[in-house]
Design a protein around this ligand. Structure first.
Ligand code: COA
Length: 333
């Protein structure tokens, strides 16, 4: 049997910090409202002058993951990038990242599954490794949602941030690594979170931000109500499929959308919030990048060790949601 093991993790965050006080100067909001309703205190904003395109952030995260795995770019068979904010409509962000890395032997493509993109991409990586199609797969979640934000819409601009995370996955006969992946969609509810045409300029304080002719539109309240049961149910499914209970889980790494969503999911699953890794206070919702950034931080600060069971769970536009159950493979350095 072949198993897909994560051998390295990496992340890259833009330098520019936009805190809630900064947002108070852009829209009619308060630090108190944002903190209480979302748990977010600050987010990172990618500036083109700082070489922080989606491609550049994704490539930096990938280089860090490759370095940890001690794997050369030429060894990569497949690059899958989860993103809804690639620098261009085409070519894919994955092909742009391939060029940056010099990963000349790889096939590269993007996955669009909203904030669930990384979990969807992990499913593809796992399937292609299990099928013997690829031996080494680089999965990147890279986003620059600041380019899609309507900076006049206080209901959304306070939630989002930019960044990238990556993992290198390798085929191995040792039992463990990715134990199962589960993905689901409901296109009937696409209009709870989508992009529409629009090009309001960014505020003066964020001059130099890359923009697109699209804005993100969201029905936050209805989305919230969909997110909680969907995430909880798919997490339960992952446990059941592996014959595990909540006590077997060492750490949950969820998509970082809103602390209240995570508290409600934790309550439904009867898993203590202490087992939920969160960094949304510092980065906000970075869509497909949120889980790989959190995974990289959690590992580097010693929150998980080889042999620990780690549950990833996501929810996003589409609607899409998913879960991955892992037995962590990387020993501490
Ligand atoms: N600052 C101050 N007030 C704000 C505000 C802001 N940034 N954004 C919205 N409000 C106001 C609204 O205008 C509304 O005012 P009203 O009662 O006078 O009409 C009030 O706050 C409540 O708005 P509502 O949208 O019902 O708040 P909420 O409790 O649902 O919280 C979200 C809003 C967006 C934080 C919440 O719905 C959420 O997190 N949803 C999920 C979003 C998400 O996860 N999206 C990504 C999925 S991957």
């Amino acid at each position: 049997m072949t198993f897909a093991h994560i051998k390295g993790t990496g992340s890259a965050l833009p330098q520019r910090i936009l805190d809630n006080a900064g947002l108070e100067r852009i829209v009619d909001t308060t630090d108190e409202w944002i903190t209480r309703r979302t748990g977010i205190k600050e987010r990172r904003i990618a500036m083109m002058d700082n070489n922080e395109s989606t491609t550049e952030l994704g490539s930096l995260a990938a280089r860090r993951a490759l370095e940890m795995a001690d794997i050369a770019p030429e060894e990569i068979d497949t690059i899958i990038t989860a993103t809804v904010s690639a620098d261009r409509i085409f070519p894919s962000a994955a092909c742009m990242i391939q060029r940056e890395l010099g990963a000349e032997n790889a096939a590269a493509y993007d996955v669009s599954a909203g904030c669930s993109g990384f979990v969807y991409a992990l499913e593809m990586a796992n399937n292609s490794i299990k099928a013997g199609v690829a031996k080494t797969v680089l999965v990147v979640g890279a986003e620059r949602l600041s380019s899609l934000v309507n900076w006049q819409d206080r209901g959304t601009c306070v939630l989002l941030g930019d960044g990238a995370g990556a993992v290198v996955i390798r085929a191995d006969e040792t039992e463990g690594g990715i134990l199962s992946t589960h993905i689901k969609s409901d296109g009937r509810l696409w209009d709870l979170l989508y992009s529409e045409s629009g090009n309001q300029p960014p505020p003066e304080s964020l001059k130099g931000l890359a923009t697109t002719p699209f804005h993100l539109r969201m029905e936050g309240n209805r989305l919230f109500k969909q997110a909680v049961p969907s995430m909880a149910n798919i997490a339960e499914l992952a446990l059941q499929k592996n014959g595990m209970t909540r006590d077997d889980i060492h750490l949950v790494i969820p998509h970082q959308a809103n602390i209240r969503i995570l508290q409600a999911v934790a309550e439904k699953l009867k898993i203590s919030m202490e087992k939920f890794f969160t960094n949304l206070d510092r980065y906000g919702n970075t869509s497909s990048a949120s889980i790989p950034i959190a995974m990289d931080e959690a590992f580097r600060i010693g929150r998980m060790k080889a042999g620990d069971h780690v549950l990833l769970v996501s929810f996003g536009a589409g609607l899409t949601w998913g879960a991955t159950l892992l037995r962590w493979s990387i020993p501490p350095s």
